[in-house]
Structures are given as C-alpha cells and as structure tokens.
Design a protein around this ligand. Structure first.
Ligand SMILES: NC(=O)N[C@H](N)C(=O)O
Length: 497
C-alpha cells in the first residue's frame, strides 16, 4: 500500500512549476530542521560548558548534606574539633579525593586538597573557606566557599584541564573561623599564615578543655613546635581567594548574584566580667546592693549609645581626625551576643555577670579609639556602682584590603560566569566591603588575598534562615571555574570522560 501511495504521489507532480515549488518547500523544511538541530546542539554545548550537574545540583546536595553534620539535634552547630567537625573533615576530604586532589589533614584540623599541575616548583594558588559554624547556623556560611572550589576543580578534572594548570592549586577547608568554642577566631588559617602564637594552644573553652587537648581528643597530637611546621613559606604561595556568602543585603538589593570584596572591617572581641555582691533577692535593700546585673545593663546601653553615635562620645579625642570620625559613623557596629550570670537563679542577686563585646569598624585607629573610650567609661560606671570590672581582649584582627589585581581577576571571572549563565551583562559587577570577618584576614599575613561574595536571601546569615539560590550556587562555582581557567595552559587539552 505504501509503495502504491508513493508512486501515485510522484505521478501527481509532473508539471515543472510544481516541481520547483516542491523543491523550494523541501529546501525550506530542510533549512528549518537544520537550524533547529544546530541550535539544539549549540544549546547543549553551552549547557555542557555550564556543568549544571556538578556546579549546581551536586554542589547544592553537598551543601544540604554538610548542613546536616551537626553536634546538636534540630539545629546546626559544628565547632572546632567537635565530633561533628571531625565527621565534616572526613566528608570534605572524600569530596576532595574524588575531585582528583591529594588530601591531608594538618595539625590544626584544616583539610587540604592539592593538585600540582604542570609546574610543581612555582607558587601555589590557595582557595579556602571554613568548615566550622556558629550555634544554630545556616548551611552556606563557610561551606559554600569550600564546596564551590571543590566542584570547580572537579570540572577541571573532567574536562582534562587539571593537569594543565600552570601552578599548583590547593583548597583548604579551615577548622576555625567563627571562634565559637575558644573565642579566638582563625585558629586554622592563622596557623597556616604563621601568625598563631603558641600560647593559643593553651586557650580553654567553657569546660576548661584547651585547644591542644581538643586536638588530642580528636586524634591530633600537636606540640608548640608543630605550629612552626604548619606555617607556609610566603615564597611558595602566589595568592589566596575565598568565595563566601555575603551575609548582608547589598547584592540582593542591587539584583546581582556575585560581588567583589574590596576589604574587610577590623574586629575586636572583648570579655567583660562584672563582680558584685551576691545576695538574697528578698532581703537586701536596693540602696545597699552591689548588683553586677544592673551594672552590666548600664554598660551594655553605654556600648549601644557610643556605637550609634561615636561623634558624640569621641569628639574630644585627639587621635580621631574628621576622616576617622566619618568612617566610624558609617562602619562602626557593636554587639553583645553572649551573657551569663552566676549563680543564675531568679531569687538570687548575682555575684558575677560576664558578657562579650564584638566591635567592628573599617578604620583600625578609630576602632582603638572606641575601645579606649568605652573601657574608660565602663570603669567609671563600675566605680560609681561599687562593682568590679575586668575587660579582657580576646581577639583582634585589623582591617584588611583585598589585592587590586586579584580583585580585578575575580571581577572578570564573575563577569564570565554571569555572561555564560545569562548572555550579555550590562551592569558592572558590584564591589563591596565586608563587615564579617573571614579566613582571608589571617591569610593576608601570608599572601595577597581576593574575595567573591555570593548573594544571600534577605541578607540573613548566622541563622537557619540563611539561604542562597541554587542558581547562585551554580554561578559561584562557574566563577571559581572561570578564575581557575585563567591559570590553565590551554594548549593540547585532552578531555577525559
Ligand atoms: N563570616 C563570618 O560570619 N565570620 C565571622 N566569624 C564573624 O564574626 O564575622
């Protein structure tokens, strides 16, 4: 039947005009089919260049998986060398292995994954972020930087570019950036940068366990001399980059998934201990009390007032010129995030109150001036109230500026990533300051640093509500990939599938 139908079909078109028409129609159909086929294959080529399975799907799955590695039930908490932290080290090490990196864990619990590339003897590019979290944390803070770097390296391995890297590349997942357990942050990155004093091993947590003991309990023996071996030789390092969730609202506000960090504000952590006279809540008349809780409340309100209006408090202070004052007015932020009382019962006037002060500003001299003035006024309040007051400095990190050249390379990488994702990009990649501290601050003592921020929903961080869109995770991975590709020798690349 089909044959008969075909014959009939042809016999209907014996007229040359009709033949031409049919040829024209055939040509049109063929061209349309060709255009469709080639555009489909172009789409899939572009899609292949974007590696969505690795840079988005797998990266997001890994962020979710790591977000479940917690010491607490029902919320995320992973502090320096806690059991969950040790599990996270194993998981991250496994991902690094799978991405083709040589891995090891150092004496401070940092996980390293390195590939030598073509020239083992030239300076290495370091890429890092942290594996520890705050209490009741979000799952992107720190983990996003580690996972996007591993994913990008995995793509380089798959597309045959890893062994063509012109310099060694090393990813480091740092063990302590939040400083929750020991109050002194950057234990891991400061050791690698060679700026961690050996006295840091003796700092103790709330239950009296020292850093050294915490490492020993989790199978790492460290002595003071080992710290010396952790330090990287500056001559062996080319630079350091870090990808991190923004933790603020700017990128969302300007509608951009990535931004380049210009610099990081300096920060100081204080511990204030106020001592009074412990007593019975029902029997000690108000006029005879030496209540450290009421004193602490006054100290905290002083802190808030001073930080809201530094000009009003520091205007007579000789070291602060107008530009420092201006910088303080726009960047100074102060927080009391932790407070405890002893013995902490509703019918007892406390004997002691301890609280933390976290104080940040872009200008280091300005920050010092604030601490000086704050301490003076705090002591005066305590004297007036006849309570004792001890102010200890637990952590200091000066403000750091990112390297201009590295920042411009990161900006190009971010631009390439955005262009690959969305076609033409009209706007400039935003440049912003970081109010949050980062391992890059410690590493700046070793080498030049650059950072990329990734947009987060509502600017919320240090909260389980912290969120990054799957596509923004993808863009971040693409940006690291684009950055790494500038360190690849592009001749003779053999794809390995
Ligand atoms: N990125 C961060 O959240 N870093 C800190 N630990 C901070 O306190 O800013």
């Amino acid at each position: 039947m089909a044959v008969a139908y075909t014959k009939q079909h042809f016999s209907d078109y014996q007229n040359p005009k009709e033949c031409l028409l049919i040829l024209f129609v055939c040509f049109l159909v063929f061209s349309l089919l060709f255009t469709f086929a080639s555009s489909t294959s172009m789409d899939s080529d572009v899609k292949n260049m974007l590696f969505p399975e690795i840079l988005r799907d797998e990266a997001v799955t890994r962020l979710n998986d790591l977000g479940k590695v917690s010491d607490a039930d029902g919320y995320l908490e992973r502090t320096f060398r806690s059991p969950a932290s040790v599990r996270a080290v194993d998981i991250i090490g496994g991902w690094m292995d799978e991405a083709g990196l040589r891995t090891w864990v150092d004496h401070m619990g940092n996980v390293h994954g390195r590939v030598e590339g073509m020239n083992t003897s030239v300076e290495a590019l370091l890429i890092g972020s942290h594996l520890d979290t705050v209490v009741d944390a979000g799952k992107f803070d720190g983990s996003l930087g580690i996972i996007s770097a591993i994913s990008a390296m995995k793509v380089l391995k798959i597309n045959g570019k890893m062994e063509k890297l012109k310099r060694p590349v090393e990813i480091i997942a740092f063990s302590d950036e939040e400083g929750v357990r020991f109050q002194s942050t950057f234990l891991g990155s400061a050791a690698v940068a060679g700026v961690l004093p050996s006295s840091a091993l003796k700092i103790s947590d709330k239950s009296g366990v020292t850093v050294q003991e915490a490492l020993k309990k989790s199978s790492i023996d460290i002595e003071e001399e080992s710290l010396f071996h952790l330090k990287y030789d500056p001559a062996s390092v080319w630079g350091y980059i870090e990808v991190h969730i923004e933790q603020g609202p700017v990128l969302e506000w300007v509608g951009f998934p990535l931004g380049v960090v210009k610099g990081i504000a300096g920060q100081t952590r204080l511990k204030v201990t106020v001592g009074g006279s412990q007593g019975h809540a029902g029997t000690v008349p108000m006029s005879l009390r030496r209540d450290p809780m009421a004193a602490a409340a006054e100290l905290i309100v002083l802190l808030e007032n001073l930080c809201k209006n530094p000009k009003g408090y520091l205007s007579d202070f000789g070291h602060c010129n107008d530009s420092i004052m201006e910088s303080l007015a726009t960047s100074l932020v102060c927080t009391v995030g932790e407070i405890s009382t002893w013995p902490s019962a509703s019918n007892v006037i406390p004997g002691q109150v301890k609280f933390t002060v976290d104080l940040r500003a872009i200008d280091d001299m300005g920050r010092e001036a604030v601490i000086f003035e704050l301490s003076n006024q705090m002591y005066q309040i305590c004297e007036r109230r006849s309570v004792s007051c001890v102010i200890e400095r637990k952590h200091d990190a000066n403000a750091v500026m990112c390297d201009a050249e590295l920042s411009s390379q990161l900006k190009s990488a971010a631009y390439t990533a955005l262009k690959r994702m969305a076609g033409e990009i009209q706007d400039e990649v935003p440049v912003l300051m970081s109010g949050a501290g980062h391992d890059a601050m410690a590493i700046s003592h070793l080498t030049k640093i650059g950072m990329l921020f990734v947009r987060c929903r509502g600017g919320v961080s240090h909260s389980p509500a912290e969120h990054v869109l799957d596509d923004d995770v993808w863009t971040a991975g693409l940006a690291v990939l684009a950055f790494l590709e500038t360190h690849v020798n592009s001749e003779n690349i053999h794809v390995q599938y």
